[in-house]
Design a protein. Structure first.
Length: 432
């Protein structure tokens, strides 16, 4: 099973898994608090032979990701793999121009790592920083060597290594001032962007760790003011968008958009085509060469051309709302039927209601299996969908489920198959 999951991580997501272990114990680590029976697999540092097999499966036309989890595998700290720098050299020899994205806590980042990263461009580092203060890092991560960790992270930009940071928002433990000091640290140390993540705790997490119910609203409110305060592009995940307005969230330094676009700009149309969503606008900006943009800035309409080559990053940061590819996929899943019930996550349902064709009903699905503050579609299970179907009065011909909830065998995180749901509702159940 583990071998299959390793192959799946590479072939589906272009993620190279290396090791599950980790030196620290973050209070919000997703590897903790799984309900019994949840399918999650740990693995020791992969051997040279295992890594060689996986390297053969990587796709050099897409970014290669290290240190992220996108399957049932528990991904840990890649710096703990003894062969990391050699593996990175092998990737670079094989794929000279493919972007490598490496996620790390930064704990244990040595000069040897920094030397290798700086010589292996294009390579980006995502630091799961969470806090840049001693008190915050002790509370959240139990980091035992805080000055050394922060000093090494501060070296990234100085050595020309592009980096961004992420922070799980835990202001009920650290205070909002800690978050602000962390954003200041990230900006002062030359990161190109920062992701702010709402914590997801299952029902098994200790009560003292659970954030207040209004944390999402508070975070959204503070984000608006931080975007005025900091030049660093900041995003919130999930974005909590309630509309599909293509508003610019941030602009990257030294990018085509710098000096032309500004946070808060509304991209009305791009090369004569109205923006369908933020994701659609970003994709179109990326695809086109020097696109002509009509935008709204502080109620004033203006037009400009963004000088860039086709297929290159435009340098804007947009919140994630709905991807046109997911919309097209949903239409394909519903093909031939008008009376459709779509089940989706609490975060995504309001956006799907804006675009669902007439005849579709969109219902949000709370997580009971994981419970707590978990809401992502990828963590919903057949049992969660069953609860909604049992209380739903709709009589659809098809029920659409988010493909993200199921693995390549069509199983959820508890090992259940969505086909079982046709016993609950007399409709075709579609999940892929
Ligand atoms: S650094 Fe990542 S893997 Fe390690 S404990 Fe923290 S969240 Fe978990």
């Amino acid at each position: 099973m583990k071998q299959q999951l390793l192959y799946q991580a590479v072939s589906r997501h272009n993620i190279l898994p290396l090791v599950s272990s980790c030196r620290v114990g973050c209070v919000f680590c997703s590897n903790r608090y799984n309900p019994p029976g949840t399918r999650a697999f740990s693995f020791g540092p992969l051997s040279g032979d295992q890594v060689a097999l996986l390297l053969d499966m990587l796709d050099g036309s897409r970014p290669i990701v290290i240190g992220e989890s996108a399957s049932l595998l528990c991904e840990g700290e890649p710096l703990l793999h003894p062969g990391l720098t050699e593996i990175l050299h092998t990737i670079r020899n094989r794929f000279p121009s493919t972007l490598v994205k490496l996620t790390t806590s930064g704990i244990g980042l040595t000069d040897k790592h920094l030397d290798a990263f700086s010589r292996l461009a294009p390579l980006e580092v995502m630091v799961s920083l969470n806090s840049a203060t001693s008190a915050g890092r002790q509370k959240l991560m139990a980091d035992h060597d805080i000055p050394a960790t922060l000093a090494q992270i501060g070296q990234l930009a100085q050595r020309g290594i592009p980096w961004q940071a992420s922070a799980v928002l835990m202001p009920h433990l650290t205070g909002w001032h800690d978050v602000e000091r962390t954003i200041s640290f990230v900006q002062a140390n030359g990161a190109f962007a920062m992701r702010l993540l709402l914590p997801g705790f299952s029902r098994l997490a200790p009560q003292r760790l659970l954030p207040p119910g209004d944390l999402p609203a508070q975070a959204r409110q503070r984000l608006a003011s931080w975007r005025r305060q900091f030049a660093l592009p900041l995003t919130l995940e999930p974005s909590l968008c309630r509309d599909l307005t293509a508003e610019v969230a941030g602009v990257l330094r030294n990018s085509p958009a710098q000096g032309l676009l500004m946070p808060g700009d509304i991209l009305q149309d791009i090369q004569g085509q109205a923006s369908w969503s933020r994701v659609a606008a970003f994709d179109r900006l990326k695809k086109l060469a020097s696109p002509r943009i009509r935008l709204l800035r502080a109620q004033e309409e203006m037009e400009l051309v963004l000088p860039k080559q086709a297929g290159t990053a435009p340098g804007v940061v947009m919140d994630y709302d709905l991807a046109p590819a997911d919309y097209r996929r949903a239409l394909a899943m519903a093909k031939g039927v008008e009376n459709v019930l779509m089940l989706t996550s609490l975060w995504a349902a309001p956006l799907w209601r804006l675009v669902a064709p007439a005849g579709w009903q969109v219902e949000e699905v709370p997580s009971h299996y994981f419970g707590g503050t978990i809401a992502a579609a990828g963590l919903l299970t057949v049992a969660d969908y069953r609860r909604v179907l049992e209380s739903c009065r709709a009589r659809p011909e098809k029920v659409l489920l988010p493909p993200l909830s199921f693995d390549h065998q069509g199983l959820d995180l508890a090992g259940q198959h969505p086909g079982q749901l046709s016993e609950t509702m007399n409709a075709e159940i579609v999940w892929e």
